[in-house]
Design a protein around this ligand. Sequence first.
Ligand SMILES: Nc1nc2c(ncn2[C@@H]2O[C@H](COP(=O)(O)OP(=O)(O)OP(=O)(O)O)[C@@H](O)[C@H]2O)c(=O)[nH]1
Length: 600
Amino acid sequence: MDQSHIRNFSIIAHIDHGKSTLADRILEMTDTVEKREMKEQLLDSMDLERERGITIKLNAVQLVYHAKNGEDYIFHLIDTPGHVDFTYEVSRSLAACDGAILVVDAAQGVQAQTLANVYLALENDLEILPVLNKIDLPSAQPELVKKEIEDMIGLDCSDAVEISAKSGQGVEDVLEQIVAKLPSPSGKPNAPLQALVFDSLYDPYRGVIAFVSIKNGTIKPKDKIRFMASGAEYEVIEVGVRTPKEVQEDELSTGDVGWISAAIKNIENVRVGDTITHVENPAEKPLEGYRQMQPMVYCGLYPVDNARYDDLKDALAKLKLNDASLQYEPETSQALGFGFRCGFLGLLHMDVIEERLEREYNLNLIATSPSVIYHVYKTDGEMVAIDNPAALPPAQNIDRIEEPYVKAEILVPKEYVGAIMDLCQKKRGEYVDMQVIDEVRMQIVYELPLSEIIYDFFDKLKSSTKGYASFDYAFTGYRPSKLVKMDILLNGQIIDALSTIVFKDFAYRRGNAMTIKLKDLIPKQQFEIPVQAAIGGKIIARTNIKALRKNVLAKCYGGDISRKKKLLEKQKEGKKRMKMVGSVEIPQEAFMAVLSMDEE
Ligand SMILES: Nc1nc2c(ncn2[C@@H]2O[C@H](COP(=O)(O)OP(=O)(O)OP(=O)(O)O)[C@@H](O)[C@H]2O)c(=O)[nH]1
């Protein structure tokens, strides 16, 4: 198709404002998917996405729109996630596009990630089309929200379409605006090939499949190609698009968004953000890559069964292909054996990766409690970056410890300002600024230690504002803090995987909460187990897990054998996630206790 009839765009929005629903309607109205094949949120293809109702991975699909001017247009629609943890995915998909549809919930108005995503789109020089969604809701106030978009973002909303992605009302006008207002790709088909790799996945039969946006030139089967960053060379076997089914094509040309297979077995050669060019007549320079995202949160992942270490290693390598923001390296723990220290963009990201490893690769894992990266300045002048509390040098060798801080911007209705300030103070926040957004809302800015917000900040923010607050954060730098390592001892033995780094003034409170939580989580055993929290050699909190007295089967009144079996099965199930550490059996949840303990 003639390049002027191609439109490459993304849909961006705050979480739950209706991106996936709009994408579904667009697929339906362009007959990309037949009605009977239409499942809700079709682009959210991962089971996990459907279950949680959120988009995690970006998805690209090609569709044909028959416009009112009588001509056909090819759209490449790239769906993006809205949660703050997945900003990386958003920035990747935006780099593959020329325009973006900005969906704003007409009942909720502009939210923190609306702003964050708009900034990403502007950084990529995209044309932005504002769209007001959910106008079917009685609480929708499209006029007010348009004014908000104009005031806060500076986008002209005089032509903004008002839609209900749910019913389909107004969606056709969005399609017409895509044709009329978004630019077509500007590259040159005769120039040397530059294809931006924006995603990839591993197929057991065909090797690595690279998803590309062709910025210049043309690519077809049998072409000899080179990945400009890794230098790896291959011969193209197949090229194609997704509609969303995979369809093979004769070639991909400038402006196309599709996939390439080239029997690539070495996963490391394909890096998201790399540029593919031809071996002969190569492009002079690679395209600009992506903003490299630094992981914010680290945790250890260990196979419950130590014999499956290599399987975990293999699974991580494959998953990284599909999720370039994941980082990992081998580590060992006295308590847990061989595993990996993994870096994530946030807690939700960590959760999703762990669950994908378990489901897609059939692994049984133990995850240790998450930690940020600390900069530890030693008395000999050396600085070490520590992402695992167990690896902290002895206290006498430490001059000072610095921790990462973030600037958090919180949008909240006025009546909750007090609650938010309370919460931020409790989390060691420092007040920066407060501004009036409109008649009802304020923007509050705080600087906070990242370690305080990765745990339960988001949940607390939501619960203390009836769900009305939204927030976004960005890393600002390292600052010195009074931090100490807190060890946990079970039966007198330090369990390295349970060590955490805590703010000194919070240590007693946290030590207490932690020992109590562990007492709840660790099942009783044949002997009494002391649970202690210690700083240096000093015990700061202690409790006991009483010895087991009764046999579990005693509960079954001796009689019913099927009940007995069930109980034993249940016990076995529970056992799967147990790790024998020294003489104590510890369940998976205990390693994450710090996430769920009640400190108040
Ligand atoms: N009433 C109403 N509900 C809508 C409309 N559009 C979407 N929703 C609902 O809003 C919720 C969120 O919609 P999604 O499409 O999953 O939102 P999203 O922006 O894709 O969310 P993430 O993928 O998690 O970022 C769902 O329950 C939808 O059914 C609409 O026009 N009207």
